[in-house]
Write a protein that binds this ligand. Structure first.
Ligand SMILES: Nc1ncnc2c1ncn2[C@@H]1O[C@H](COP(=O)(O)OP(=O)(O)OP(=O)(O)O)[C@@H](O)[C@H]1O
Ligand SMILES: [Mg+2]
Length: 248
């Protein structure tokens, strides 16, 4: 059965989409099939994997989801494209408890053939993120190794706890991913230490470095593992994929 993981943090630009794409790509390279579901109307995960956004969000199209899944240029890596329509975002967000349980059934029933499913969430604690958490077994929280990294972390963690208590008893905080790490900055090391001190083994050992190849890859519609396989950023996401497999 697919392991369904939301990648969420209400803070913008912390590496949610980058982590969803490249971690899925790393898992696919390791032989695990991975599907990225784009629930963010920005559709960055969709375009970052070289795919056009959908007119209607596949989760609302009323067709079997499998028909809307798009192959990427990488074997075993798939995307369920997002839609830029705000009406779709509203519809996906509507009546969240109902939607979360429908979404959970849809994903578990129709997409059980994948090893991993990642839901790339928008930067908010709104209904889209709530619906995604409601349908997931785990949430991964990327945080940027910069000042204020910890600020706001309690909000996403509280939302995960509330969701677990109310709608989705199996939800766990599967991991915190430290992103955009620059070893030359004392501050980055301090942040990494502080987060580890607080969240202990929930934090993945792998540090994702700040690496320009990571930021260039989406404009080529491929993961950094294909764009620049020898780049530090590619190694890091491959290593993170191994950690995820070890935690299975
Ligand atoms: N490790 C990294 N090194 C260099 N650039 C990075 C790295 N991770 C992410 N970026 C860049 O930082 C920007 C924000 O990353 P990303 O889009 O993954 O964040 P996000 O949390 O999904 O943002 P949003 O909240 O808008 O959805 C992007 O331009 C991305 O290419
Ligand atoms: Mg994003």
């Amino acid at each position: 059965m697919a392991k369904i993981i939301s990648v969420a943090n209400q803070k913008g630009g912390v590496g949610k989409t980058t982590t969803a794409i490249n971690l899925a790509a790393g898992l696919a390279k390791a032989g695990r099939s991975a599907l990225v579901i784009d629930v963010d109307p920005q559709c960055n995960a969709t375009s970052g994997l070289g795919v056009e956004p959908a007119q209607r969000h596949p989760l609302l199209a009323g067709r079997p989801l499998a028909e809307s899944v798009v192959e990427t240029s990488q074997p075993k890596l798939f995307v369920l494209p997002g839609s830029q329509s705000l009406a779709d975002a509203d519809a996906l967000s509507a009546s969240n408890r109902q939607r979360a349980s429908t979404l959970r059934q849809q994903l578990n029933g129709e997409l059980s053939g994948y090893d991993f499913v990642f839901l790339d969430c928008p930067p908010s604690l709104g209904q889209l993120t709530r619906a995604a958490l409601g349908a997931s077994a785990e949430v991964y929280i990327p945080i940027q190794c910069e000042y204020f990294a910890m600020e706001g972390l309690s909000q996403i963690i509280d939302l995960a706890r509330q969701t677990k208590a109310k709608d989705n008893h199996r939800l766990e905080i599967g991991g915190i991913v430290l992103t955009m790490y620059d070893p030359a900055l004392d501050l980055a090391n301090e942040v990494a230490e502080e987060v580890r001190g607080y969240f202990e083994e929930t934090v993945f050992d792998t540090l994702i470095p700040r690496d320009v190849h990571i930021s260039e890859a989406p404009s080529h519609g491929v993961s950094v593992l294909d764009y620049s396989p020898r780049a530090r950023g590619a190694w890091a996401y491959a290593e993170l994929a191994m950690e995820v497999i070890d935690r299975e």
